[in-house]
Design a protein around this ligand. Sequence first.
Ligand SMILES: Cc1ncc(COP(=O)(O)O)c(C=O)c1O
Length: 319
Amino acid sequence: MNPLPLIERLRALQLVLQETPTVRLEMEGVELHAKLEGQNPVGSIKDRPAVWVLKRAAERGDLTEGSTIVESSSGNFASALATYARLLGLKFIPVIDPNITPGYESFLQRTCEQVVKVTERDDMGGFLKTRLLKVRELCASIEGAFWPNQYGNPDVVEAHYWLTGEEIRRTFKTLDYVFIGVSTGGTIAGVSRRLKEAFPSVQVVAVDAQGSVIFGGPAGKRYIPGIGASVKPELVNHALIDDVVMIPEHETVQCCRELLQQHNLLVGGSSGSCFAAVKRYLPRFRASATPPTVLFLCADRGTAYLDTIFTPAWAARFS
Ligand SMILES: Cc1ncc(COP(=O)(O)O)c(C=O)c1O
């Protein structure tokens, strides 16, 4: 038997989420900052909604000692849930797809009793619909199943409002632009709401992958996990977005390498995409009377992408 009730163990877990660092990058004509969410305990921004959503569910009685957590994730949310579920003594079944990086897959195989991998692409060319169908199927067949539903759960927005967004607000006196990668839309929804309250003139730039349908573009094959989706997630409707920048994956690769070689940051694909979007904005930044204060989110570390984005033979598919 666990000594403390589940809700108390969850509240204690929230305390392990310390503030993540924000670092300054040298770039002419802009005061550029990167927030390193890869410094969260399990390695990504998804630590925040993972703990918050479980805590809220336990408070409502939807998550109990006998629950089995079932969730669809391309890597980071599943890794966070896997770690925290283990610490809480709960069972977790991640539903993944072939785009998952080998490092994440092997981590999940070692931390979860059961991992379900779908292999069929959906009608949009991605795997999201197939994964969600599998989640529903599993939930229907398991007694006490709990689906955090990172694509539509308002608790995810709340997590980013009170944790990620609030932290950014405390870090800056003023903020002119923030660049945020989008997949479920949870991060941009929570962060944009908190930042627009604190800095009413801040411009929120959503960063998505070419081939993703979130902002109405045509569906296409994508290889890099993190941002993008093959269906429009509900949570995006809660976000306050001023502009959208679509980044092709070859540019993501190039920018990840540039962040490593010129700025000593080993960060993942969505960070590279956000940096690519920042670079597209440079002429605008340089045209302003004073360099604007700009932040981009680095949602995870680059270590999980060493065999993909950072391996020239793998990245050759984009040339
Ligand atoms: C590395 C990375 N960046 C960005 C995102 C997008 O965050 P959100 O799902 O909150 O839109 C994700 C989501 O999984 C991610 O794993």
